[in-house]
Design a protein around this ligand. Structure first.
Ligand code: ZN
Length: 342
């Protein structure tokens, strides 16, 4: 299919899923290191994407100009007319105020807090711009086009440096009263546990964040006398990826550490499944690349500890869209929000 030959959004039915597949929306996924700009079909397929560096230390003004330029370039190169580009969807890490569409708390992008990014980009491009939290965007992307398709109730977790969450409840993204819902990483799984970066103790993130998995691996290596390839790995390289590779190569110690990690995940999932009764739980992020080595023990814990109806309903799966989930979600969510306002 040639994107440039398609008509510019002339068959879109506002406020409905009955839209022409010929409609493209631009998504902008702002990470701490890179910003991804992509044009996305309204069925979620990425037409094309490119990256610019975030250069967060230069502040939001500089990034804002580069985002505007990059969106214009992409629209020009892809032949996306101003008629077709009805809206732009952006996402970034941190707490986003859903009414004002500004970042109000972002540890990785401190200087961006309260900066009117969406308004500036909107003014320059002449189209509405919506800003969303990155994990919400990812959850929405997976729900519409990835591993969450077809579910009406979905819990999404991202396991990386931190543990993030997104909720689709009754067919809608759930943000809570002030856009701060779904902080699943800060759910206590051990109330005697260590202090978290939040005011709480023993949080899921304090157990499943990449640095804490490495910490647990180091402690295990110090206590367990078994031979392991992990003993040759330096402290900084003791990442979830290293553990996964070692476990896949038959290293019993690495497999045990991953199994324990999966069990900890499972205990978090029991609470989420009992509370929300989702049809699907989608697990994404770098740590989730461990796949079944992580999911199998998590499922066993859920089978043992979750309530009957909830555990029978919930299917636990790995995310399907990889690094594109957030940019796809941001674009499609912007379309949905725009349609809702028409
Ligand atoms: Zn916490």
């Amino acid at each position: 299919m040639n994107a440039k030959r398609r008509a510019a959004g002339d068959t879109v039915v506002s406020g409905s899923r009955e839209v022409s597949p010929s409609f493209r929306t631009i998504g902008v996924d702002i990470g701490g290191t890179n910003i991804k700009i992509a044009s996305v079909w309204n069925d979620g397929r990425v037409v094309t994407s490119r990256q610019i560096s975030t250069d967060a230390h230069d502040g939001p003004e500089s990034a804002c100009h580069r985002i505007i330029e990059a969106v214009r370039d992409l629209a020009h190169d892809e032949g996306i007319s101003s008629q077709e580009m009805r809206v732009v969807g952006m996402d970034c890490a941190g707490l986003v105020d859903p009414q004002r569409e500004v970042v109000i708390d972002s540890p990785n992008l401190r200087a961006w807090e309260e900066y009117p990014l969406a308004a500036r980009v909107s003014e320059a491009l002449g189209v509405p711009v919506h800003l969303e939290n990155d994990v919400n965007a990812m959850a929405y992307g997976e729900w519409r086009c990835g591993a969450g398709r077809g579910a009406r109730h979905l819990v999404c977790l991202t396991l990386g440096t931190g543990v993030g969450g997104g909720l689709i409840l009754d067919g809608r993204l759930y943000r809570g009263a002030r856009g701060a819902a779904a902080e699943v990483g800060h759910m206590t799984i051990d109330f005697h546990g260590a202090r978290c970066t939040c005011p709480n103790v023993g949080c899921l993130e304090r157990h499943l964040g990449a640095a804490y998995i490495a910490e647990r691996a180091r402690a295990r290596l110090a206590q367990d006398p078994r031979a392991s390839a992990l003993r040759q790995v330096s402290g900084e390289e003791l990442t979830p990826e290293t553990l996964s590779r070692a476990a896949a190569a038959g290293d019993a110690m690495a497999a045990d550490i991953l199994e324990e990690t999966g069990e900890l995940l499972g205990h978090g999932l029991v609470s989420l499944i009992n509370v929300f009764n989702p049809e699907r739980v989608v697990i994404g992020g770098g740590v989730a690349q461990a796949g079944e080595a992580l999911l199998a023990p998590a499922r066993r814990v859920v089978a043992r500890h979750a309530m009957s109806v909830q555990r029978q309903t919930a299917e636990i799966v790995i995310a399907a869209l990889g690094n594109d989930a957030a940019v796809v979600g941001a674009a499609l969510l912007a379309l949905e929000r725009q349609d809702a306002r028409v």
